[in-house]
Design a protein around this ligand. Structure first.
Ligand SMILES: CC(C)(COP(=O)(O)OP(=O)(O)OC[C@H]1O[C@@H](n2cnc3c(N)ncnc32)[C@H](O)[C@@H]1OP(=O)(O)O)[C@@H](O)C(=O)NCCC(=O)NCCS
Length: 165
């Protein structure tokens, strides 16, 4: 797919099947598709955006409430359809999600993944280092959303649904 028109928009309930199909295609197992459903069911899905190419869902991102620290979110998963990759679709999804989190007064966002990609959005391993986690430190990043509102070091605990992964 090249030269496509797409826009970022909030998720709606009627998008559930399309998102499910996208996640099942983007990841090796159905774990992420199930995770997203469970996060919604358990009321932890706080920010959810789609990339919509004239009715076709080509990307998705979710931010869910962490159990700890308070007022913090975890970014996971993010996925785009293979045919549109490396055109900035995931980047736009992540930027929109972070802007919404900031507008809704969330204090910070954690991510687990390749920080050479996520650091362009403000995620830093150094900023995540004070938070207790079993995840490898070099893959664990934190983006503080408001420089004037630091988040006190605490255990970094994702939403309940992540323990099923
Ligand atoms: C990871 C993933 C979401 C990235 O999606 P994407 O839409 O390709 O992301 P972007 O286009 O924003 O950025 C990806 C790359 O394209 C580059 N890029 C962005 N816009 C570009 C443009 N206009 N021209 C050329 N390259 C561009 C970025 O610099 C980045 O390159 P780099 O990582 O090699 O430095 C996608 O590959 C995916 O769905 N993978 C499977 C699911 C997965 O593993 N998700 C992550 C874990 S939850």
């Amino acid at each position: 797919m090249s030269e496509i028109d797409w826009e970022i928009r909030p998720y709606e309930d009627s998008d559930a099947a399309a998102v499910d199909a996208l996640l099942r295609a983007a990841f090796p197992s159905d774990a992420e598709a199930k995770l997203v459903q469970m996060l919604r069911e358990q009321g932890d899905a706080e920010v959810e955006f789609l990339a919509d190419a004239e009715g076709e869902i080509i990307g998705h991102v979710m931010l869910s409430a962490m159990q700890s620290p308070e007022q913090c979110l975890g970014l996971a998963p993010v996925a785009t359809v293979e045919a549109v990759r490396k055109q900035g679709v995931a980047g736009s999804l992540i930027e929109s999600a972070l802007a919404m989190a900031s507008a809704n007064d969330w204090r910070g966002v954690f991510v687990l993944g390749d920080l050479s990609y996520y650091e362009r959005f403000g995620f830093e391993a150094d900023a995540a280092a004070p938070f207790e986690t079993a995840y490898p430190k070099e893959h664990f990043g934190f983006a503080l959303l408001d420089e004037d509102e630091p988040v006190a070091p605490a255990k970094a605990d994702y939403a309940q649904a992540f323990s099923a992964l």
